[in-house]
Design a binder for this molecule. Structure first.
Ligand SMILES: Cc1ncc(COP(=O)(O)O)c(C=O)c1O
Length: 402
């Protein structure tokens, strides 16, 4: 079956956080959800469940765990994954928060590789821990890990966890096996636990391969906790379900305790049904076609930028649907003291995001959220027609700024 990702679905007035947080006329290209309907196999499974009409407390069935195990074994080569290793909770952010609670004391350090998904920062702070940055190295429109810096950071006895984002939002990297092994070796040597957020694992452009961190070796598996969910890939974030996976029964006991302390132990029937419908052959085929579509959207965006405003490089996107655009040229102008008053970015705190919203009615995410205000992040998971409109607005705004 051929799925139609060109279809324009009106999301206004559906209580969509992405759409209904913006005024009429604004084109939202910010928060990471997609403007596509989810896979028909998921919609059908949910419709059947809705028709039953009773939505009491949910008991997660054995078949749910089978779905997770089979999917990660067959699709991603995590061959020894066991059902008993899987704990569920209401989202990947709650999962990360729970893991931080389980393995740290207030005052401990948690390492993040910046720029990175903003909720990592809040989860660390909310648990009373200190954020330690192991900044990614940016060169030739891509990012690599700074292993020497990481060696120094993990050597601090207060460092307890490293939050890995695999694939990485917003750096767009799908980490290679070699990079993951090097990172894992460093963390294991210093007894720092790797917490791997793999929510973006299904979005991989041709030529790259997602490697579940824990699948690399038994040693990596023992020294890591994996957090994953079908929600990003299948556009079901509102259904709220995610997994926390560990092969270590003592770790699982600690995590289970923290899940209960944070009171995120209840999930809803729709999340459970949706995951099982998603992790099927039909779901996989839908994903294959979606990835093709997203890849061509990325190529369109990149070419458009290169032709119109080459002074704003778009980083190489190996995975995710979030384009990360280098706007250093604008910031350099401000730092040099040139007047930007003609374009309205002279106010010290007016960000590029603010400017594009005010002058072009398009909402993107400012890089400052992720730890680098030289960038903006653009969500390109939308029908091509919408992307084209968004590109016009963004490029027009950035031209004004540069
Ligand atoms: C890296 C990463 N982790 C977690 C999340 C959110 O997960 P959830 O909605 O399951 O809490 C996002 C959403 O964009 C993300 O990019």
């Amino acid at each position: 079956m051929k799925y139609n990702f060109d279809e324009i679905v009106d999301r206004r007035n559906t209580d969509s956080y992405k759409w209904d947080s913006c005024e009429q006329g604004v084109l939202p290209m910010w928060v990471a959800d997609m403007d596509f309907r989810t896979a028909p196999c998921i919609v059908e499974a949910l419709q059947k469940r809705v028709a039953h009409g009773i939505f009491g407390y949910t008991k997660v069935p054995e078949s749910y765990y089978d779905s997770v195990v089979n999917w990660f074994k067959n699709r991603h080569g995590w061959n020894n994954l066991q059902k008993e290793w899987i704990l569920y909770t209401s989202g990947v952010v709650p999962a990360i928060s729970v893991v931080i609670k389980a393995f740290t004391q207030p005052g401990d350090q948690v390492i993040v590789q910046t720029p990175v998904y903003n909720c990592f920062f809040s989860s660390i702070r909310n648990n009373g821990c200190e954020i330690v940055e192991n900044k990614l190295l940016y060169k030739d429109q891509t990012y690599t890990m700074d292993f020497e810096d990481l060696e120094r950071k993990v050597a601090n006895p207060k460092a307890k966890l490293l939050l890995l984002c695999n694939p990485h939002n917003p750096a767009g990297r799908v980490w290679t096996r070699e990079e993951l092994i090097r990172l894992g070796d460093i963390c294991i040597r210093h007894d720092v636990l790797v917490v791997s957020d793999e929510i973006h694992c299904e979005f991989v452009n041709p030529g790259y391969k997602y490697v579940p961190f824990a699948s690399i070796s038994e040693e990596m598996q023992h020294h890591s906790i994996t957090c994953n969910a079908p929600s990003k890939a299948f556009n079901t974030a509102g259904l709220q379900i995610a997994n926390i996976i560990s092969d270590n029964p003592d770790y699982r006991q600690k995590i289970d305790r923290a899940i209960n302390i944070n009171e995120v132990c209840d999930v809803n029937p729709f999340g459970v049904i949706a995951l099982q419908a998603a992790y099927t052959d039909e779901g996989a085929e839908w994903l294959r076609q979606l990835n093709d579509y997203l890849c061509s959207n990325y190529n369109y965006l990149k070419n458009y930028f290169e032709q119109e405003i080459p002074q704003f490089p778009v980083i190489k996107l190996e995975g995710t649907y979030l384009a990360w655009v280098d706007c250093s040229v604008v910031l350099a102008k401000r730092t040099n003291g040139s007047s930007l008053s003609h374009c309205g970015l002279d106010a010290p705190h007016l960000s590029i995001e603010d400017y594009l919203l005010k002058h072009q009615q398009v909402l993107v995410n400012d890089g400052s959220m992720y730890g680098d205000d030289h960038f903006i992040r653009i969500n390109l998971a939308c029908p091509r027609q919408r992307l084209e409109e968004g590109m016009k607005r963004i490029v027009e705004g950035l031209k004004e700024l540069s």
